[in-house]
Design a protein around this ligand. Structure first.
Ligand SMILES: [Zn+2]
Length: 355
């Protein structure tokens, strides 16, 4: 399902969102559909098939293990109702600039700021998937200081620690930007910059940088290196600040977002997760529906621990005789697959479901 449809697989509007997710059962069913579109797969032994138990959990047909759709995801053992989680995710992903913890607390009437803050950080933590595609084509790379405004300080005295951040942005010809990546760096040396480029840019790409020595030698990592000299730009009378227009644009958007939505409250320790949120949103800025970001964020949220899952299916140890489920709990299919409630369009729109 590469192209989920608005109005069928994700809500188009707040009204649709509210109609779809009226109860925790609706939310659970949606997560289940997102996590196991072809039916239950055991997170322990990776075997397909099982039974839904009376309490809504599943029992694996292979190892007999019990698990729930939220186990091993950011929703695991949460005391916050799923309807509140979904609402938070909707505001997080559907607003143009996301939402601050304080606004979320007020909007959802959540008891504590800490709860709202932790929910947003949990959502941010899932936005980067290991193994995602690296940038390609022409990519501008630069490093800049970001952050450094401490909450509670105002005016000229608001100077916390700024963090050196690597920025890489795809450049389209003749104009326009593609995707970006941002990541805090320990310093501006080749030892920091080279791994940043390797981790974020596909070999074979053209990497455009300024004349900084930390980028010397990246052609040995498989890149075409295009250096733009500040001195030459000055000699031509060009604006040195526009040497790398794409990274400068992305850096200023990120700084403005941190100051705007988050009032500069992003502290050192969490800057990386704010940057992940910025990148997630920037890279989907052309999505026609904001609901699409809601879908992606939840998809990532239930895409639990992919490394662990992969290592399990690489070396499966299924039992020779599947245990039988306890009497009275055996059902051929989860009931939601048989008769989706009217307000669950994601079920009816599924390939193979003739409902
Ligand atoms: Zn199992």
């Amino acid at each position: 399902m590469d192209y989920p449809r608005a109005g069928a697989q994700y809500p188009r509007s707040l009204g649709e969102f509210q109609a779809w997710f009226r109860s925790d059962a609706d939310c659970l069913d949606y997560l289940e559909w997102l996590r196991w579109p072809e039916g239950f797969i055991c997170p322990e032994c990776a075997q397909r098939g099982g039974w839904r138990l009376g309490d809504g959990r599943f029992m694996c047909a292979g190892c007999g293990g019990r698990s729930s759709v939220t186990a091993g995801t950011v929703f695991d053992r949460t005391r916050t109702p799923l309807t509140v989680w979904f609402m938070a995710c909707w505001h997080f992903s559907s607003g143009k600039g996301g939402i601050s913890a304080l606004s979320l607390k007020r909007t959802l009437e959540i008891g504590s700021y800490q709860t709202a803050w932790a929910m947003l950080h949990r959502l941010r933590s899932v936005l980067v998937r290991p193994g995602r595609d690296r940038l390609s084509g022409r990519v501008e790379v630069d490093e800049t200081y970001i952050g450094g405004v401490e909450p509670g300080l105002t005016g000229g005295r608001a100077h916390g620690r700024k963090i050196l951040t690597g920025i890489a942005v795809e450049v389209h010809e003749p104009r326009g930007f593609g995707r970006c990546r941002m990541q805090p760096l320990s310093d501006g040396s080749a030892a920091s910059l080279h791994p940043f480029v390797s981790a974020n840019v596909e070999p074979g790409a053209t990497v455009v940088t300024d004349g900084w020595q930390g980028y010397r030698g990246i052609e040995k990592l498989g890149y075409i290196h295009e250096r733009r000299s500040e001195r030459a730009a000055r000699a031509r009378g060009d604006d040195v600040g526009e040497l790398l227009p794409a990274v400068h644009r992305v850096a200023s958007l990120a700084k403005r977002w941190l100051l705007g939505t988050h009032h500069g409250s992003a502290d050192d320790a969490h800057l990386v997760s704010y940057l992940n949120e910025f990148v997630f949103r920037f890279n989907r800025r052309t999505s026609r529906s904001r609901g699409m970001l809601f879908y992606r964020a939840l998809e990532f949220a239930v895409g639990h621990d992919p490394v662990r899952y992969k290592s399990l299916i690489a070396n499966p140890r299924p039992r020779s005789v599947p245990p039988r489920p306890p009497p009275g709990e055996r059902r051929p299919h989860p009931p939601s697959l048989e008769r989706p409630p009217a307000n669950r369009p994601w079920r009816t729109g599924r390939p193979g479901d003739s409902a």
